[in-house]
Design a protein around this ligand. Structure first.
Ligand SMILES: NC(=O)C1=CN([C@@H]2O[C@H](COP(=O)(O)OP(=O)(O)OC[C@H]3O[C@@H](n4cnc5c(N)ncnc54)[C@H](O)[C@@H]3O)[C@@H](O)[C@H]2O)C=CC1
Ligand SMILES: O=C(O)C(=O)Cc1ccc(O)cc1
Length: 315
């Protein structure tokens, strides 16, 4: 038992939890739920037969299947953990077999689009409480997960209007039990905040690594050999899953474009300051951003370096 997750519960929070998508996030939830006894039974559902076979080998769930409709039947909690472009297909596949009173949740990095994709399929009497654990790595698949991934990380809930408080509280309890700090906000606000704190930084990483790779006058081996810490960090982020991130950008289009527009304006100002030798402008910005970083560390939200992204407990 990873010590910081605490002891298992005497009584599970949910009797049957179905996880749809057993990649990095789904398998991390399975591991944490198992360690903490948050579910009587874990059902793993994945469209990829290889993933289902691996889930069985790793013993991540009591049941594992490619059949989403059969897998969610009788579940009290269903957590969708697939790339955000696949939510509509998953919701359509499971809608008819959801049990009355079931809570549907998810982990998608984008929220307004997933609500738009899922809600039309949900029958009366099931409750949708979307969630986004702001925790992850550049790795994917069932072997990449670990039970402490969500410990001391934020998890944002974005319940649509009219969601009963009891459903929200049950999902809050689920994430709190896994060690997350839970906050509630609207899906629209979530998408705006995450566009600047997560989505655009990933786009910049993909872009800078791509630009460096395309340079004619600098060789690939020079890029690797002389990459200082900053560029190396970008290469880690730029190794993130292509399907997942393609979907994030296509499903948070407006907020990402808005933030990119702002960023382009600010970069133009920086280029101008460099061109005209306006060192005071550069110095003022760098002083301000250093204070922001130090503020982040002092409120305890800093990512431990350099091992972020690696398994912390070997699980
Ligand atoms: N990777 C990260 O760092 C984080 C990811 N997220 C979100 O979590 C979700 C999952 O991401 P990962 O676990 O990283 O992805 P992953 O690529 O590791 O796993 C996704 C799994 O979903 C399965 N899948 C895809 N379409 C499916 C379908 N229609 N039906 C059933 N299974 C299907 C795939 O076979 C795969 O096993 C995404 O929505 C992502 O935005 C949230 C926080 C962090
Ligand atoms: O690996 C990293 O640095 C991340 O930023 C992980 C991550 C990816 C996507 C999310 O929605 C939340 C966290």
């Amino acid at each position: 038992m990873p010590e910081r997750l605490g002891p298992p519960r005497e009584k599970p929070l949910f009797s049957r939890v179905a996880l749809v998508g057993l990649g990095l996030i789904g398998s991390s939830i399975a591991r944490a739920v198992r360690h903490l006894n948050l579910a009587g039974t874990i059902v793993a559902i994945d469209q990829d037969e290889g993933v289902v076979a691996r889930v069985k080998e790793l013993g991540l769930a009591e049941e594992a299947t490619t059949d989403a409709a059969a897998g969610v039947a009788d579940a009290d909690l269903v957590v969708i953990c697939v790339p955000v472009g696949a939510y509509g297909a998953v919701a359509a596949a499971i809608s008819k077999s959801l049990k009355p009173g079931a809570i549907i949740s998810d982990v998608g990095s984008v929220k307004a689009s997933v609500i738009a994709q899922v809600q039309p399929h949900l029958p009366q009497g099931v409750f949708f409480v979307p969630a986004h654990p702001v925790a992850g790595t550049e790795h994917s698949g069932p072997d990449a997960g670990f039970s402490t991934l969500f410990f001391n990380r934020w998890c944002i809930l974005t319940p649509p209007e009219g969601t009963p408080d009891e459903a929200v509280e049950r999902v809050r309890e689920f994430w709190s039990a896994m060690g997350s700090n839970v906050e509630v906000m609207t899906a629209q606000h979530h998408d705006l905040v995450l566009a600047i704190t997560s989505h655009v930084p990933h786009l910049i990483a993909y872009n800078i690594v791509g630009t460096a790779a395309d340079l004619e006058t600098v060789t690939q081996s020079e890029v690797i050999k002389f990459s200082a810490g900053g560029f190396r960090d970008f290469t880690r982020i730029a190794a993130s899953d292509p399907t997942m991130w393609r979907d994030v950008f296509l499903h948070n289009r407006e907020a990402v474009l808005e933030m990119l527009g702002r960023l382009n304006e600010d970069i133009a100002l920086l280029a101008r300051a460099i061109r005209w030798g306006e060192g005071d402008k550069l110095f003022e910005l760098f002083t301000r951003t250093r204070a922001i970083r130090r503020g982040i560390i002092s409120v305890g939200q800093e990512t431990p370096e350099p091992d972020f992204g690696r398994r912390r407990d070997g699980q």
